[in-house]
Design a protein. Structure first.
Length: 613
């Protein structure tokens, strides 16, 4: 393939800008128009600026069937190409994504930031000269400066791509391409009627809570006023340390705070309703998602924006205001959905296709117990025995079965799937409360914690290994840890991707009289301990299992249209062989990786015209 670099400049104004709009909405807005683009066609030619009139002709004349097209933030440039110019390169590359993996999540990866990391000067594109102006309104001398700035950006992207490729894993290039094309070559459709029903139900529920309370919405939105409402009901509101400022205390009114969880379970119906209304006013996630997808669906197919390496574990994260990584779904054991109002069901396959959703069953749990040598749990998985009843039986003190004790078994499921990363009693209680509607006392929460640890001694020992690895990350010779290698402040994964720990340090907090390891993130310093490092490791390895399967499935000729943590969705052509196609893809999800021989993997898959189980 021929590598080509492209960078667009486009019209923007104070009321029409990416700082106020999603990338998808900006590009597909009727006001969008490109000023032009700079293109570098080969290593031997300099970047050249084409204004929009010239560009339209050049793009039409080019053969894109063998082009590896590279941009910085490729979702932006490549959606412009597909939507406005019907240009579809053979493969998409993105230096922003590459930089996020190789430089780490703790720094920005804008083009200027990445240029600075590699000793290149700042961009010189004069954005202020064309704010609020169309191309024909810009003086010729300013047009020349804009073109020169775009050419400089393209030349720098070419240089950066070469530098990044020196250590970027080659096998990840098709994964980047797949991710970019989920957005730039959209195909999923939206069920506008269902999205409208979801929006209306959520809005009606909020209004019902407000009507029952007889309070002003402003009293619920304001944390201080909500605190006063609680005091009127005889409840003293609690505070917590601010996650961004350790010297400041804020109200503990987040949905995940134990104080708010207790309010939701209060015996006093009015207090419960106050808490529900507060969370309904402050957290309109489902309603906002329905609205976002609805407007996007009006503009065209759904553009799935996933941020490559957005999580520290190299997993994808959501972005562009839609967050396809966090769409509500049903769980067969913990379902509280109002039938038919699952927002995933509003995502439809394109005409002539079905959506095959393939889930890697208990992938993190299997990886954790296999690498930690917790053989009894692995044998349960290998032999098809229920993996959740042993820890449930330990907690309750009698033999739990799925058929006779569904509630008790659900407790075991939460413990087996969550407590493997050192969860304490309070976190276990909160998860049981929100996922299964099961209430435990603080003493029972501690008992549940101990039930997991007593039945998983090798996992507990593995946390200790993680603690020792923290010091090795901070310095020392290369070391193998399971299927990974620790070297140069990184954990190198089997696919060649690094987990970045270059900022790790041992910190002494004199005010709290505490010492601990910590690592720098985009949000500040984060405490790091053995079980947390184990969590990072296992989630990163789960991502490798997923991306390895994706590569094999794509090699079979299937298109992956979205992925959510341990699940991927493929297009299944309606041609009479739908089940055979789905089975072929599911087999690849179950395939044992060469870097972890013997692990019993499994997968479940379903097919539908909707993204739903």
């Amino acid at each position: 393939m021929r590598p080509v670099v492209i960078d667009f400049e486009s019209y923007y104004a104070d009321d029409f800008t990416l700082s106020k709009m999603s990338t998808e909405a900006y590009i597909r807005d009727p006001r969008f128009v490109a000023h032009g683009a700079a293109i570098k066609w080969s290593p031997d030619t300099s970047a050249r600026w084409y204004d929009e009139r010239q560009l339209r002709f050049v793009l039409k004349e080019e053969d894109w069937s063998d082009v590896f097209l590279i941009s910085h933030h490729a979702q932006f440039d490549h959606l412009i190409l597909s939507h406005h110019y019907d240009v579809h390169p053979k493969m998409s590359g993105c230096t922003l994504s590459m930089a996020r993996l190789l430089l780490g999540n703790h720094i920005g990866v804008s083009l200027d930031s990445v240029r600075e990391q590699f000793g290149l000067p700042v961009k010189k594109t004069p954005y202020h000269l064309f704010r609020g102006k169309h191309w024909n309104e810009i003086p010729r001398e300013h047009q020349q400066l804009i073109g020169e700035g775009a050419e400089d950006e393209v030349e720098s992207i070419w240089i950066l791509f070469g530098k990044l490729m020196a250590t970027f894993p080659r096998l990840e290039l098709p994964v980047v391409d797949m991710t970019i094309k989920m957005f730039s070559e959209p195909c999923l459709q939206a069920d506008m009627t269902l999205l409208g029903r979801i929006w209306k139900k959520e809005n009606d529920d909020k209004q019902r809570r407000l009507d029952a309370l007889g309070v002003d919405p402003k009293e619920l939105s304001s944390s201080d006023k909500f605190a006063e409402l609680l005091r009127v009901e005889g409840v003293e509101p609690e505070k917590k340390l601010s996650p961004t400022n350790s010297d400041k205390q804020i109200w503990a009114f987040a949905k995940t705070d134990s104080f708010m969880q207790d309010l939701l379970e209060d015996d006093n119906e009015r207090i419960r309703t106050l808490a529900e209304a507060r969370l309904g006013i402050k957290s309109t996630l489902l309603q906002t998602r329905a609205e976002t997808l609805g407007w996007m669906g009006r503009r065209g197919p759904l553009c799935v924006y996933l941020r490559m390496y957005g999580a520290h574990t190299t997993r994808w994260s959501g972005g562009d205001g839609s967050n396809f990584q966090n769409l509500k779904k049903s769980d067969p054991d913990f379902s509280h959905d109002d039938g038919g109002l699952n927002i995933r069901e509003a995502i439809l396959a394109p005409e002539g296709y079905l959506l095959g959703a393939i889930d890697a069953s208990q992938i993190e749990c299997r990886l954790l117990n296999f690498i930690a040598d917790q053989h009894d749990v692995i044998e349960n998985f290998r032999n098809g025995r229920d993996p959740y009843v042993n820890v449930a039986s330990e907690f309750y003190g009698f033999p739990v079965t799925k058929e006779k004790h569904p509630t008790e078994r659900n407790v075991g499921k939460v413990l087996e799937l969550q407590a493997g990363y050192g969860s304490g009693g309070d976190k276990i209680r909160a998860t049981l409360r929100t996922k299964a509607g099961i209430i435990l006392s603080p003493a029972e929460g501690l008992k549940a914690r101990d039930a997991y640890r007593d039945t998983h001694p090798q996992v507990v020992d593995f946390w200790g290994q993680g603690g020792r690895m923290l010091a090795r990350l901070a310095g020392g010779p290369e070391l193998q840890w399971g299927p990974t290698t620790i070297a140069d402040g990184k954990i190198w994964l089997p696919n060649g991707c690094p987990l970045q720990f270059g900022t790790i340090e041992y910190y002494r907090d004199n005010e709290a009289d505490d010492s601990y390891w910590r690592v720098k993130t985009r949000r500040g310093w984060s405490k790091l301990y053995g079980a947390k490092l184990v969590e990072n490791l296992i989630q990163a390895l789960a991502r490798v299992v997923m991306s390895d399967a994706m590569l094999r499935i794509m090699a079979l000729g299937y298109r992956i249209v979205t992925t959510t943590h341990d699940e991927l969705v493929v297009l299944i052509k309606k041609d009479g062989s739908e089940q055979k196609q789905l089975d072929a893809c599911t087999v690849e999800m179950k395939r044992v990786p060469s870097w972890l021989p013997g692990i019993p993997l499994d997968a479940e898959s379903v097919m539908s015209e909707r993204y739903a189980k």
